[in-house]
Design a protein. Structure first.
Length: 230
């Protein structure tokens, strides 16, 4: 498929409007996600001297929980793209996909590393080509190889746009970090939802909300939030 596969402006706008309409939820979500990912590591440091075995178990648990939380954040973002408000429970709802996610991450890392060894540029291209594999695992439950293949197909003719989009999100989050880091509570959720929105576009499954005009998206997301809170 040639031409522009997705609109960066539309994706960022949708992510930003979704974040604004659900800012309280996203702030709480990021705090809970941070605690789940980092609390085992913090406890590990406290007991490392006297109980090294327990410290090792806690470190391993923190790593596993970190991967599960990553999948949970993807799930939350996809839900908002589908007009459904995410829940805190979503953060730990993807344990059944853990082995697929780990295997996919290892294969992805090896592919990118191999490309980097071939004068860097192939690594960047392959990194973009297979970058959507986590979404296919979380969204469709695909195995690691099929998820990588699906990402390859979805990102065809869109790698340059994905590179520019990733750079744009990086700048947005840098701006958030410069506001005493507090701005990240706004820019991270907006980026998460925006990237999930792009995945929906490239995977050929449009969301209910995205089909509305840009001026109507904020109202639709706000109405969805009020309905879920009622």
């Amino acid at each position: 498929m040639g031409g522009e596969r997705f609109s960066m402006g539309e994706a960022v706008r949708f992510g930003w409007e979704t974040m604004k309409s659900n800012i309280g939820f996203f702030v709480g979500l990021l705090i809970v996600a941070f605690l789940i990912e980092n609390l085992p590591g913090i406890l590990s440091e406290f007991v490392a001297g006297d109980f090294p075995l327990i410290a090792g178990v806690l470190t391993l648990a923190g790593g596993i929980l970190g991967l599960v939380v990553q999948m949970g954040l993807i799930k939350v973002s996809l839900k908002f793209c589908d007009g459904i408000k995410g829940q805190f429970d979503d953060l730990l709802s993807s344990f059944n996909l853990l082995l697929k996610f780990i295997a996919g991450s290892i294969l992805y890392g090896l592919i990118v590393l191999g490309g980097m060894l071939l004068f860097i540029v192939p690594g960047i291209i392959w990194g973009l080509k297979f970058s959507l594999f986590p979404y296919f695992i979380v969204d469709e439950g695909l195995g690691p190889i099929n998820a990588l293949k699906a990402s390859s197909s979805a990102t065809a003719d869109a790698k340059w746009n994905l590179f520019l989009f990733g750079s744009l999100l990086g700048l947005i989050n840098l701006a958030g970090a410069l506001v005493f880091l507090v701005g990240l509570f706004a820019t991270i959720p907006a980026s998460m939802v925006a990237y999930a929105y792009v995945y929906r576009q490239l995977a050929g499954r449009g969301s209910t909300v995205k089909q509305l005009s840009p001026g109507s998206q904020s109202k639709a997301v706000g109405a969805m939030y009020m309905k879920m809170e009622a």
